[in-house]
Unconditional design. Sequence first.
Length: 313
Amino acid sequence: MDENDMAQPKVLVTGGGGLLGHHVVDALLPDHSVEVLDLRKPTWNVLHRPVDIRDLDAVRSAVHGHDRIVHLAGIDDGTEVPDQRYVDVNVQGTWNLLHACEEAGVAKVVIASSSAAFGLNPHNPPDYLPIDEAHPLRPTRTYDLTKMLIERTAESFARRGGIGSIICLRPTLIVRPEKIPEILAELATMTPAEGNPGSAVDAPRYGDLPAHRCYVTSRDAAAAFRAALLADTAAFATYVIAARDTLGRVASLSWMDRVYGRQPTVRDPAWFASNTHASPLDSRAAERDLGWVARDDWPAVVRSATGAQQAQQ
C-alpha cells in the first residue's frame, strides 16, 4: 500500500459483494480505501472480510479502524425466505452494525433503506404527490416493515450521539443494466397499446414492477450513496432516491389514476406540468442536501439497452 492509499478514508461496505454493492464499491474506489463485508466473495479485486452481519463480535472486529460505513447487507425484496429471516438479517443485522459503530465512534454511516417503507401498493395509495420524506410510512409486507424498523433503529442510535451522522437512503426500484430488457418486456406486456419499445425486445418478463413505476439506475443509486457519504449532513436524515421520470410511456398522473382508481392529491402541480412523466417520488431533498442528481432518464436507458442488443445481433 502506498502513501496515497494510506491517506484515503477507510470505508467498510457491508453487502458490498451484492448486486448494488458492486456499483457502490466502484463509485468509492477512486478515492477511498474500501473493504467489503459480505459472506459472498466479490468477483473483483477488493479487500474482503467474510462476515455474517448477525455475528456481533465479528461485526465489531470488522468495523474497527474504519472512518465511514455503507450498510447494504440484508435480504433483498422478493427473496423466498421465511419472514423471520427478513427480520433477523435486516433489522437485527442493522442493530449489530450500529452498535459496533457506536462503540468505535464511527463518523458517518449510510444505510440502505427503501421506498418500500412507504408501503405503497394498489390497495394503499399515497396521501399526496409527489411523495417526499414526510409522507407517512404504512408498511404491511415484512420486507417493507423491516425497512421502516431499520430507519427507526438508526434514528434511535443517532439520538444517543455516539455516531457522527447516520443517513438512510430510500432508493426505489434499482434498475441494473442486465435487467433492462426484462423490464421492457414486462412493460410491453402490461401496456401494449402504448407501443412500448419493449415489444421489440426478446427477453423474459421481469415480474412485478412498483405500482408507482418509479425507478433509479444502479449507477445513479451508487452515486447517491457516495454523495451521502461525502456530504456534510445532520445527525440523522432520510432521503428519497429516484430518477426524475418513470418507467414506461404512460403519463404519471394517468397511471396513478389507473392503478389506484383515483388520482391522489397533487400538492405540486408544477412538478407534473413541467414533465408529464415526472416521478411520483420526490428526490429534491437529496439534490439540495447531498448534491446528488439522477443523471439517467428512461428514454436514454431504453436507447442504451435496445442499441446494445441490436449491436449484438
